[in-house]
Write a protein that binds this ligand. Structure first.
Ligand SMILES: C[S@@+](CC[C@H](N)C(=O)[O-])C[C@H]1O[C@@H](n2cnc3c(N)ncnc32)[C@H](O)[C@@H]1O
Length: 197
């Protein structure tokens, strides 16, 4: 099942390891915490259902993008684009396992694209979402000197995994996450970084 199907069926609300309202509140906080000062021109890539972004309208100047348009359908007040516009942003957000939803061999191009739309000194907030799942692997948080922020994650580099969520009355969905050696990948694009424990 695709993300769009999971959202439309209602199962998406249950894929998180916490009540959906808490997920939205946590996303909202995390996006605000890493945001540059003022009202930054912000792009949320892989915005999903757009719930967190809708709650941030007015606080950030936010444009949402995804490969499906469920966010626009659920939150018509959002500025939604099918393709990333030909401009640079102060702040780009891709959280909730967006990068790890992209097949490994496409992740470099995906990251390259994100960085190409970031203004010099801009902030990229990248969250992989693995922290929700009881998986083996490193759990660390990386914070880049050039303001690229990578949230806590499990560094799964060698296998894909499927996460199945079954909801009585709604059915089930299986979503695939791809391996990503994010530390190595980001080293290509970003400057030196510190590890925060
Ligand atoms: C786990 S969902 C996260 C959604 C939202 N950010 C959240 O945390 O609630 C991952 C999202 O990434 C989107 N996605 C996957 N590949 C993408 C790509 N190449 N470009 C943009 N979005 C993508 C999926 O369609 C899905 O909506």
């Amino acid at each position: 099942m695709s993300y769009a199907d999971a959202i439309e069926s209602g199962i998406y609300k249950y894929i998180w390891s916490m009540p959906f309202e808490d997920h939205l509140a946590s996303h909202k906080l995390r996006i605000l915490r890493a945001a540059p000062a003022g009202t930054p021109d912000t792009l949320s890539v892989g915005c999903g259902d757009g719930g967190a972004e809708a709650a941030l309208v007015g606080k950030l100047q936010i444009t949402c993008q995804d490969t499906h348009d469920l966010a626009k359908r659920l939150h018509p007040e959002l500025t939604f684009v099918e393709k990333i516009p030909d401009k640079k942003f102060d702040y780009i957000v891709a959280i909730g396992a967006v990068l790890t939803s992209v097949p490994t061999e496409e992740q470099d191009a995906f990251l390259e694209k994100l960085f190409s739309h970031l203004k010099p000194g801009g902030t990229l907030l990248l969250g992989l979402g693995y922290y929700s799942f009881p998986l083996e692997g490193d759990v660390r948080e990386y914070r880049f000197e050039n303001k690229t922020v990578l949230e806590t994650y499990h560094n799964v580099t060698d296998y894909s995994f499927d996460v199945t969520t079954k909801v009585l009355g709604l059915g089930e969905c299986t979503l695939r996450y791809y391996p990503c050696d994010v530390k190595a990948k980001l080293a290509k694009f970003a400057g030196p970084f510190r590890i925060l424990h």
